[in-house]
Design a binder for this molecule. Structure first.
Ligand code: NAP
Length: 293
């Protein structure tokens, strides 16, 4: 292991708040595993200082950064270039600082989600998918489910106008090969049918996330098909109420930690030209979450 010193190269996470992020222990364990003299820090960036923080990455000679809530869209105007992965979902979670100081934004959330599905043996091709929520995670998930040739993507959100925005963005990103796309409110007459016929349901709301662990976005799982798979993008706790009840109902239930690990491992491809060591990253992220209780 390299001691921190003048040769150590820095990376970090821009978010607000970031105090409980497991990305620093996850990436630092990966640097140790890979023998890289790098250090990853969490930077709490208030919304009014996003521009200064982004330009500071180049000024201070960082390798790059990840971006999390609430800055994934806000960083875009301050970057020199947006790669295709970020353009696809309109959000940046990975920034690369090039040798000439150019800042380029990418997004690994959607590919990270697809890698989680692959690990779990869930193939959305030809399947009817439901995405709960219409924020940043929903946009990445819905777009990549559509790109993976699912037959239908229904986005259900309490604010239906936001679900409509997600669906419009997916239609634009995927073009004429887009599957059937539905924007629904929880009370829409078509929502029951979408849930009853779903092959895959993905929670992209914070319902059930620590400390709100007694909440669930779907209180009644009895209506779901026996073959339905349920994925929760939440990773703290690793088993949410939704996942616990899905498993009790005999459904395939998959948590979000693998998505976090894969998006981080894929960020390495942009920074270092190779994927991060997912095994070491998973172990370190799991330990960090356990330590948080
Ligand atoms: P976001 O942009 O704030 O969107 C949250 C969505 O959830 C919005 O559509 C919001 O509805 C809905 N929502 C929030 N509170 C709700 C409530 N009480 N009842 C019903 N709907 C509610 O957040 P995000 O960035 O998409 O993140 C969403 C979740 O994904 C978080 O739990 C986060 O942990 C998870 N995530 C995981 C990963 C990973 O790597 N595993 C990556 C990204 C995100 P409105 O539109 O009506 O406000």
């Amino acid at each position: 292991m390299h001691p921190l010193g003048n040769q150590t190269r820095t990376l970090g996470l821009l978010g607000w708040p970031v105090a409980h992020s497991v990305s620093p222990p996850m990436h630092n364990a990966a640097f140790k595993e890979a023998g890289l003299n790098c250090h990853y820090a969490a930077f709490a960036v208030p919304p009014n200082l996003v521009q200064q923080a982004v330009h500071g990455l180049a000024a201070l000679g960082l390798v790059g950064a990840n971006v999390t809530i609430p800055h994934k869209e806000a960083v875009i105007p301050h970057l020199d270039e947006i790669g295709p992965s970020a353009r696809l979902v309109g959000a940046v979670n990975t920034i690369v600082v090039h040798a000439d100081g150019r800042l380029v934004g990418h997004n690994t959330d959607g590919p990270g989600f697809m890698a989680l599905l692959q690990d779990s043996g869930v193939d959305p091709a030809g399947r009817r998918c439901v995405v709960l929520g219409a924020g940043g995670a929903s946009r990445a998930v819905a777009t990549h489910l559509a790109l993976a040739e699912s037959s239908q993507v229904a986005v259900i959100n309490r604010t239906v106008a936001r679900a409509e925005e997600v669906v419009a963005q997916v239609a634009e990103a995927v073009g004429r090969d887009a599957p059937a796309l539905l924007a629904l409110s929880p009370h829409d007459s078509k929502t029951g049918t979408a849930l009853r016929t779903a092959d895959l349901i993905v929670n992209c709301t914070p319902l059930g996330m620590h400390p709100d662990v007694d909440s669930t976005p779907l209180p009644d799982l009895s209506i779901l098909r026996d073959s339905c798979a349920v994925v929760d993008t939440i990773y703290h706790p690793q088993e949410t109420r939704l996942l616990r009840e899905a498993a009790e109902r005999g459904l395939t239930a998959v948590g979000g930690l693998g998505m976090l690990v894969h998006q981080g491992a894929l960020s390495w491809e942009y920074w270092f030209g190779r994927k991060g060591p997912a095994g070491a990253m998973m172990a370190a992220a799991g330990r960090a979450l356990e330590a948080q209780g």
